[in-house]
Design a protein around this ligand. Structure first.
Ligand code: AHR
Length: 533
């Protein structure tokens, strides 16, 4: 039996068929068989150009960098005396790669680490900085060599805004208040003078500041009622110094925890500019057992990763609906400041390092998530993939003096054209990709128009085996301005030091415009970005 399901997004509507069995006919008259030699999936995308009004916050393409495993040390910081080429201790190859994807914002220093971090330990002469134990991540000794000045320098080198996460769990209100003064005040005040003494005369521009991390878990195991009060108290002392204006982010829910969102919005919405949401994708969905391998997986595990990744849509929809109740004007932004795929660490990796490889599967789910965030651009003000380098769904993997760009990096690079553009709401008519009784849409998409009037359409063919033939009505007189594709022969294709370009973008020649119809013929498991002029 075939059931038509319409999923209505703010920015995209996907109409797809849900079936109890593979091989049934979908709404477009296509076979839904899993055979490799079945014909292409057919899909239709309708662009609502007349409804394009919402700006896609560039910050949706943000990143997260925690003192965890080799993200900061090795990944970003090698020290001034390292043989690895660096600028003031920060590796040049990583900076050059990150500049190419236009990282808008970086969240730091955690994560769970943030609620144990005492910022004063990370300033002043490096050889005099106190050490600490990073209890969350392998119990390693943290040298504090990378602190506030080094992080701000890193942000300036890559051209990103800083997003600082303050310590509520084990820090004081005074400590948080002084950190903000240290970073942003230009007065002749004690903290600003301390900053000057440490070599930085002018304050930094700092907009984004989070009041704690996962206060429902590693950040203090608080109840929402208790945290809402704590948020109100800490938040009161995060001041705007001079012209600097803070965007204060309250610690929001874990995934679909509706009660946490409800209590926070009810008790504290008027004090915040943003509220966070954390949601990770595990192929098995099981936090207590094996999460699944990053590279050694079959089509069923691939499909369940897609299925679980797409839960982000219902989570955002549900949490946004609660926010709408208390904030119908959408003044408060939803900040998805931790998201990504979380697998078992690579065999042999030390405990608490969270080092995992990154395959074509990760590229496809990165594209899905970015498309979902764009569809909700009216509410989502920022998102930060976890994490930037060497941890979880990373952009870059490093090994001593070498680096590898991951398939996820390439999606961020291809999709950067959407940053700051105007969302074009769209509808997709597509069949289901069904496995083990679970359905995901075969085709996913997003579109935007930039300041020059160029339209970018990003498409994902999720099917592991079948090509997709996609039709899109476009304005008369449109012409193709180019296209790029990311795909590989295998779902688990990935880049290594020996084969750093196994997965990389290529130019796409499968698109053409005939009259007022754009068609795109995509291979299975691929991501395409098309430009229209
Ligand atoms: O990103 C890894 C960890 O996941 C973060 O430290 C924490 O906030 C989350 O649980």
């Amino acid at each position: 039996m075939l059931k038509a399901i319409a999923a209505f997004f703010c920015g995209a509507i996907i109409v797809f068929a849900s079936e109890d069995r593979a091989g049934a006919q979908d709404t477009a008259g296509q076979s839904n068989s899993r055979q490799d030699n079945a014909g292409p999936v057919k899909a239709t995308v309708t662009l609502h150009l007349d409804q394009a009004k919402t700006r896609i916050a560039p910050e949706i393409y943000g990143q997260f960098a925690e003192h965890l495993g080799r993200c900061i040390y090795d990944g970003i910081w090698v020290g001034e005396d390292s043989p690895i080429p660096n600028t003031r201790g920060i590796r040049n190859d990583v900076v050059a790669a990150l500049k190419k994807i236009h990282v808008p914002v970086v969240r730091w220093p955690g994560g769970c680490f943030a609620d144990e971090y005492h910022w004063k330990d990370g300033i002043g002469p490096r050889d005099q900085r106190p050490k600490m134990i990073n209890t969350n991540w392998g119990g390693v000794v943290e040298t504090n060599a990378f602190g506030t000045h080094e992080f701000m320098d890193f942000c300036e080198q890559i051209g990103a805004q800083p997003y600082i996460c303050g310590n509520v769990g084990s820090g004081s209100v005074e400590e948080m208040m002084q950190w903000v003064e240290y970073m942003t005040s230009d007065a002749k005040s004690p903290m600003a003078n301390l900053r000057r003494q440490n070599g930085r005369d002018k304050p930094w521009k700092l907009k984004y500041f989070a009041v704690g991390n996962e206060s429902w878990g590693c950040g203090g195991n608080m109840t929402p009622e208790y945290y809402a009060n704590e948020f109100r108290r800490y938040n009161t002392f995060i001041k705007n110094y001079g012209a600097n204006r803070m965007y204060r982010v309250a610690g929001g829910p874990n995934g679909d925890d509706a009660n946490w969102m409800e209590v926070l919005m009810k008790n504290a919405a008027k004090f915040m500019q943003g509220i966070s949401l954390h949601n990770y994708t595990l192929p098995t969905g099981n936090w207590n057992g094996s999460k699944g391998s990053a590279t050694d997986f079959d089509e069923a595990a691939y499909h369940s990763t897609l299925f679980n990744a797409l839960k982000m849509e219902s989570i955002i929809t549900r949490q946004s609906a609660i926010m709408d109740k208390y904030d119908p004007q959408k003044r408060v932004g939803l900040v998805v400041d931790e998201w990504g795929n979380w697998y078992d660490a690579e065999p042999g990796a030390k405990m608490g390092i969270l080092y995992q490889q990154n395959t074509l599967r990760d590229a496809l789910t990165a594209a899905l998530n970015l498309e979902l965030f764009q569809a909700h651009a009216d509410r989502i003000s920022m998102a930060n993939i976890a994490q930037m380098i060497n941890v979880l769904q990373a952009m870059i993997l490093t090994d001593k003096e070498k680096i590898v760009l991951t398939p996820t990096y390439h999606v961020f690079e291809m999709y950067k054209v959407h940053q700051g553009a105007t969302l074009i709401p769209l509808e997709i008519k597509t069949a289901d990709y069904v496995m083990n009784g679970k359905s995901v849409p075969e085709v996913h998409a997003t579109a935007s128009r930039n300041a020059d009037g160029k339209i970018h359409i990003s498409l994902v063919n999720l099917d592991a085996n079948r090509k997709a033939h996609i039709s899109i009505a476009v304005p008369s007189g449109s012409s193709l301005g180019g296209g790029r594709i990311l795909t590989a022969p295998e779902l688990n294709a990935h880049n290594t030091l020996d084969q750093p370009e196994a997965v990389k973008p290529a130019s796409f020649d499968g698109a053409k415009i005939t009259g007022e119809t754009l068609t795109a013929d995509m291979p299975s498991k691929s991501v395409v970005v098309i430009e229209l002029q």
